[in-house]
Ligand binder design. Structure first.
Ligand SMILES: [Zn+2]
Length: 306
């Protein structure tokens, strides 16, 4: 073999090695860092949920507004390139006195653009109407598929008094993309300020969980019938993230989401431990159609807003 041919082969081998390494690092690698940790004191959360006087929610209702579709490896690193569904949900808590609260508001057809499939205009209209009637509106985090309904609401000043965004959610409009509130509208809000946990209604407790975004929080709900539901927001997109303790591909967390990956890993670990210790708590990832179907069939959640 001539020297130049050998040199070309060496260069090619180096390029393949670099490319393969980069592919592994950005698309496949997802090991739990040994020091990843998140403290989730479920008994303290329960205490706070019980402490607030008043009746707990009688029902939790859900609307699916549409669905994105992502390569599986974007959701669980290493799961390959087959597309997987990312349905977008909004939840309504119905209290025994008929008052309601909303968790997450999905997004409008315009905000979702061509990437949002199966947009259900009727479901969105019910969600938007429910926003206008809610006693409180909370979001798990400041991404457009969770807060879009708030910013697209036709009369923001009307709902502003009940929109309970956390300080971190208000402080990071750059994370909300097309759903970012104008500075003017932001000023109409009273930020929710808290350290670790905060009860905001009977049976309803916020759990500060920065990582997926600075303003991420989980929402614990204990229903009047005793059933416990933990809305994760997008700490996990699918339950499989918790099951196999694998994060989204680094390509996604680093270049699209700007996640604190180690923080999310800690949360996945804490949720996996919680699931073992407290199997009766319904854990609801942000975009898992299978979990949703089983909670609907068990009657933990019910379909369609009031
Ligand atoms: Zn989401």
């Amino acid at each position: 073999m001539s020297v130049w041919k050998r040199n070309i082969l060496v260069v090619l081998a180096v390029l393949v090695a670099i490319g393969g390494g980069a592919y592994y690092w950005f698309v496949v690698e997802s090991h739990m860092p040994s020091d990843a940790a998140f403290e989730l004191d479920i008994n303290e959360v329960r205490r706070l949920a019980d402490e607030m006087p008043g009746n707990k929610p009688a029902k939790i209702q859900v609307e699916q507004i549409g669905a994105f579709s992502f390569p599986s490896t974007a959701v669980v690193a290493g799961d390959g390139w087959k597309q997987t569904a990312m349905p977008v949900f909004s939840y309504q808590l119905v209290f025994p006195d008929g008052k309601t609260g909303i968790i997450d508001t999905a997004l409008s057809k315009e905000q979702g653009g061509e990437n949002l499939g199966g947009f259900d205009a009727d479901a969105y209209a019910r969600m938007s109407k429910a926003l206008g009637a809610a006693r409180f509106v909370i979001i798990t985090h400041e991404h457009m598929d969770h807060m879009g309904g708030i910013s697209a609401y036709p009369d923001f000043a009307q709902i502003a008094p009940v929109v309970a965004l956390s300080q971190e959610q208000i402080d990071h409009p750059e994370r909300s993309g097309v759903a970012a509130l104008s500075a003017e509208n932001s000023k109409l809000l009273t930020p929710v300020v808290y350290d670790k946990y905060k009860a905001i209604a009977p049976g309803v407790v916020l759990i500060k969980s920065p990582g997926h975004s600075p303003g991420s929080q989980m929402v614990y709900v204990r229903k009047a019938d005793g059933r416990e539901v933990l809305f994760l927001g997008d700490v996990a997109w699918h339950f499989r993230n918790i099951e196999v303790l694998r994060e989204r591909a680094r390509l996604v967390t680093q270049f699209f989401l700007y996640e604190d990956r180690k923080a999310v890993f800690g949360q996945l670990k804490a949720l996996s431990e919680l699931d073992v210790a407290e199997p009766n708590i319904a854990i609801v990832p942000g975009h898992d159609g299978m979990v949703m179907a089983s909670l609907l069939s068990e009657g933990v959640l019910s379909k369609g807003f009031e």
